[in-house]
Design a binder for this molecule. Structure first.
Ligand SMILES: NC(=O)c1ccc[n+]([C@@H]2O[C@H](COP(=O)([O-])OP(=O)(O)OC[C@H]3O[C@@H](n4cnc5c(N)ncnc54)[C@H](OP(=O)(O)O)[C@@H]3O)[C@@H](O)[C@H]2O)c1
Length: 280
């Protein structure tokens, strides 16, 4: 597939989670097309390094926005910081995982995961998508996951947030097309990034071939404007596709069994769950 001419989405691209991994690669590859970059994440020093690199290498302008997307107020921080810019491309990539038994995870951490992985991208897509629709042009990319294609025991809530993005994005692809706005859901499989390095999972026990962030970013940018959804990697494509052929419960049980075996000690469900009060 030929690379999309990204200049039609300019002049500015907003990328959340640009401080590392897939987001940093997306920022590099978008800047290579001459778009100016708004880079969002929590780690300012990483954003500053990226900014220097992109300005030097691609002669683009870069604005950094330090924001914690687990906090609802972060959306206002981002929109205020970009008020004077024409954002033609919004890449909603920032996300985190939460591995282990659902009921043993911390309540606040679950709520923050939903805000970061699902609510924030929806909110930003609504705000910037409305501006793009008004202009009659633009692009939105949601970074979901192969885990969006089925329920995934022990990563249940993370997978559910990614399924939310998949459903939202594929519907918006149809809704926003008449307004000249291209919407894509990019679903990476296992990718070598800080996120997977820190996960309490022994990936050697899973039938997954890791990809590099460069590959994943390229797959996404090539599909933008051409497709509604794209899964990165042949093996991953097959896994997403076979899910549609099997009874829904089968791949869920299978991945539950495989992940259960691959969980490292700290993440294994332990003993009985202590009952707690539902109200405080
Ligand atoms: N790696 C994989 O195997 C894989 C597979 C499928 C999908 N994905 C998805 O790909 C996306 C990128 O992940 P990655 O693998 O590239 O991991 P990564 O290297 O850990 O990057 C995550 C990015 O999100 C940002 N981020 C995390 N929490 C944030 C917060 N509270 N507020 C603002 N920004 C935050 C991080 O920046 P700061 O820490 O500086 O805030 C970082 O830039 C995620 O949505 C992830 O779910 C990854």
């Amino acid at each position: 597939m030929k690379t999309t001419n990204l200049s039609k989405y300019g002049p500015w691209a907003l990328i959340t989670g640009a401080s590392s991994g897939i987001g940093r690669e997306l920022a590099r590859q978008v800047a290579e097309h001459g778009l100016h970059i708004v880079a969002v994440a929590r780690r300012q020093s990483r954003l500053d390094e990226l900014s220097s690199e992109l300005k030097k290498q691609y002669q683009v302008k870069v604005r950094t926005v330090q924001a914690d997307l687990r906090e609802p107020d972060a959306i206002r921080t981002i929109t205020t910081a970009t008020e004077d810019l024409e954002i033609g491309l919004a890449i909603l990539n920032a996300g985190a995982e939460m591995t282990g038994a659902f009921v043993q995870g911390d309540e606040q951490a679950h709520l923050q995961l939903a805000q970061l992985n699902a609510v924030a991208p929806m909110h930003l897509a609504h705000l910037y998508g409305r501006q793009m629709a008004g202009r009659g042009r633009g692009g939105i990319m949601f970074v979901s996951s192969l885990f969006a294609y089925q329920g995934v025991p022990y990563v249940a809530h993370y997978a559910a947030t990614k399924a939310y993005l998949l459903s939202l994005g594929e519907a918006l692809h149809v809704e926003l097309k008449p307004f000249g706005v291209d919407v894509l859901v990019l679903s990476p499989g296992l990718t070598t990034t800080e996120m997977t390095a820190n996960m309490p999972v022994d990936f050697s026990k899973l039938p997954m071939i890791p990809q590099m962030p460069e590959q994943v970013a390229r797959v996404g940018l090539r599909a933008l404007g051409k497709k509604a959804t794209v899964v990165s990697g042949i093996m991953n494509k097959m896994m997403a596709w076979e899910n549609r052929l099997l009874p829904r419960a089968a791949p869920v049980s299978l991945l539950g069994f495989l992940l259960g075996r691959a969980l490292k000690d700290g993440a294994r469900p332990v003993g009985r769950v202590k009952a707690c009060h539902l109200t405080r």
